[in-house]
Design a protein around this ligand. Structure first.
Ligand code: FAD
Ligand code: DLZ
Ligand code: SF4
Length: 511
């Protein structure tokens, strides 16, 4: 008789094609899934995020059972729940007497470290299998990065295009260019026919989870309802098809746009489903390519979307595993201020920040430019400690898992890795937000005013950021022109900007 396996499946591993399942025997092995306090509280997660993950886990467990698997599912409110993965694996060993433990490599360093102790601590062999949902394995990324002076996403992305054959005509990029980003910066206008993501109805299983989360986290961050995330593969595929039909054609053009009252614009809102394993990223990209080849969507939309997934998504994961655990502690600009309370309450007069945080509270979602150029840029300019900014992003978005969130926050958004991930900080004054959104029109602050009472805080903070970090940033070739502008300013203008910034920084909680 062959060995009996206890197969642990975590909340972001809800894919039936994982090697841990594909190589298992459903008549002999036991699948363990556990809702545990440690995972629901290691950061103050948005309540919708917790509900999404627990409901998706319960639905996945039910599907596995229907498929003939023996599933041992531990609920958060089960009395004997040990509260951690380690405790639950130990209890399951007592129940099932397996010969070994098998699992897919965890997505987070914190959990991978925990698993390292299991073989000794629990006295059984532990097989950690690769996560085959990514196009580039950790080893391949390490090989790609070795010997390179710079690890630029664009170079990596081209390798991934060649590897997958996506948008390739022979060995040439389709349309003659690798990247059509320059066409993807149009501001949007309110449009009665703006597509909406497909909203799934909460079934009884989801309603039970919503009640559990409401009771367990009465004061937790964010609105639980309305809850409409897809929690099964079938519903996720319906959401995907709606996106492909309705929003993808404009995805490229308006990728960087922001509008009051429009939480999603032409974005897919598929990241939560992709990250927990309900949608396969490669299959999604192949469908996007087909839509372009069939003439249904322009190339700049298809390329822009595919780049986010096979480029950015794979690349940030590679950086995460290459650089952890030191990466999480980096603070290149020595930023030490505390995160203002309005990141949690949304109570600020800055219309752009208020809009981004308000929708984050309601939806556990904000699109990329809101994350990067509104809440991200504000924290960067204000010199907030990157680890606090990281904890906020990891908490508030339904798609947030550290492997993808940390490099985006600490690297791309806060420049805390000193330019490993991006060639320059995403610092900008209010005029960027004014150009890409309609927020400024309804703001208490004036985007045209640089100093004094009523001036847009982004303006003085932008120049102050450059001035106070000049020793570190002046040598960056991409910042040469802005430092020349700063140097050419009259002395009294520079003094006024810096004293305005000082006043703003002195009352960050009251903006
Ligand atoms: P779309 O705009 O429709 O893009 C399509 C897909 O591309 C996304 O679903 C996602 O899978 C992928 N993608 C796009 N941009 C990125 C990126 N920069 N890195 C990785 N994948 C990307 N994304 C997460 O999935 N989880 C996070 O925790 C997360 N935290 C972020 C924190 C900050 C500070 C920033 C600036 C970005 C973060 N992102 C994160 C990346 C990006 O903002 C989200 O992936 C995107 O907003 C998800 O919405 P969507 O599905 O509508 O994306
Ligand atoms: C994010 C999360 C939450 C909130 N709860 C659970 C849970 O109760 N059980 C579980 O298996 N996974 C959960 N997750 C996802 C895990 O945090 C995620 O799988 C690991 O961090 C990956 O390393
Ligand atoms: Fe944001 Fe400044 Fe515009 Fe107000 S004026 S919405 S604070 S950029």
């Amino acid at each position: 008789m062959t060995a009996k396996n206890l197969i642990l499946i975590m909340g972001d591993q809800l894919s039936s094609g994982l090697p841990a399942l594909a190589e298992a025997d459903r008549s002999r092995d036991v699948v363990l899934m556990a809702e545990v306090a440690e995972e629901t509280t290691y950061v103050p997660h948005h309540r919708k995020k917790i509900a999404f993950i627990l409901s998706a886990m319960r639905h996945f467990a039910a599907e596995l059972s229907e498929d003939g698997w023996q599933v041992d599912y531990v609920k958060l409110d089960d009395e004997a729940n040990a509260g951690s993965f380690t405790g639950e694996v130990a209890r399951a060993i007592d129940r099932h007497a397996p010969d070994r433990i098998r699992l897919t490599e965890p997505g987070e360093w914190r959990v991978a470290e925990m698993v390292e102790g299991w073989s000794d601590g629990l006295g059984l062999p532990v097989d950690v299998l690769p996560d085959n949902r990514f196009l580039c394995s950790r080893t391949e990324f390490a090989e790609w990065s070795s010997g390179r002076k710079q690890l630029r996403m664009e170079r990596f992305y081209r390798e991934m295009r060649r590897k997958t054959g996506l948008l390739m005509d022979g060995d040439k990029p389709a349309g003659g260019k690798w990247n059509f980003d320059k066409q993807n910066r149009k501001p949007a206008e309110t449009d009665l026919f703006m597509p909406r993501p497909r909203q799934a109805r909460a079934d009884d299983m989801t309603k039970t989870v919503l009640q559990l989360v409401a009771e367990r986290f009465p004061d937790g961050f964010g609105d639980l309802e309305p809850f409409w995330f897809a929690v099964t593969r079938e519903k996720a595929e319906q959401a995907r098809d709606r996106f492909l039909d309705e929003a993808l054609p404009h995805f490229g053009d308006y990728q960087d746009a922001m509008l009051l009252g429009e939480d999603f614009l032409y974005h897919s809102v598929l990241s939560p489903c992709i990250n927990v394993g309900l949608l396969d990223p490669l299959d999604l990209c192949q469908r996007v390519e087909r839509a372009w080849r069939n003439g249904d969507v322009p190339l700049n939309a298809a390329e822009g979307f595919i780049r986010q997934i096979i480029g950015w998504r794979e690349y940030v994961r590679g950086i995460y595993w290459l650089k952890m655990p030191d990466y999480a502690e980096m603070n290149h600009l020595n930023a030490t201020r505390d995160l203002p309370a309005f990141y949690w309450t949304g109570e600020t007069r800055m219309a752009c920040v208020r809009a981004a945080i308000d929708q984050t509270r309601r939806q556990a979602y904000a699109h990329h430019i809101q994350r990067l150029m509104v809440t991200g840029t504000f924290a960067l300019l204000a010199g907030i400690r990157p680890q606090q900014v990281h904890e906020w992003y990891l908490s508030v978005y339904a798609d947030a898992f550290e492997w993808v969130e940390l490099p985006n926050t600490l690297g791309m958004s806060q420049f805390a890795d000193g330019g490993l991930l991006g060639s320059k900080p995403y610092a900008a004054s209010g005029s960027y937000i004014d150009r890409m959104s309609d927020y400024c029109g309804s703001c208490t602050y004036s985007v045209k005013q640089r100093t004094g009472e009523g001036a847009c805080p982004f303006n003085a903070l932008y120049w102050d950021f450059l001035a106070r970090n000049a020793d570190t940033l002046r040598g960056n070739p991409r910042l040469g022109p802005v430092y020349s502008t700063w140097d050419r300013m009259k002395e009294d203008t520079r003094v006024a900007l810096r004293s305005s910034a000082e006043r703003i920084l002195g009352r960050l909680d009251d903006l």
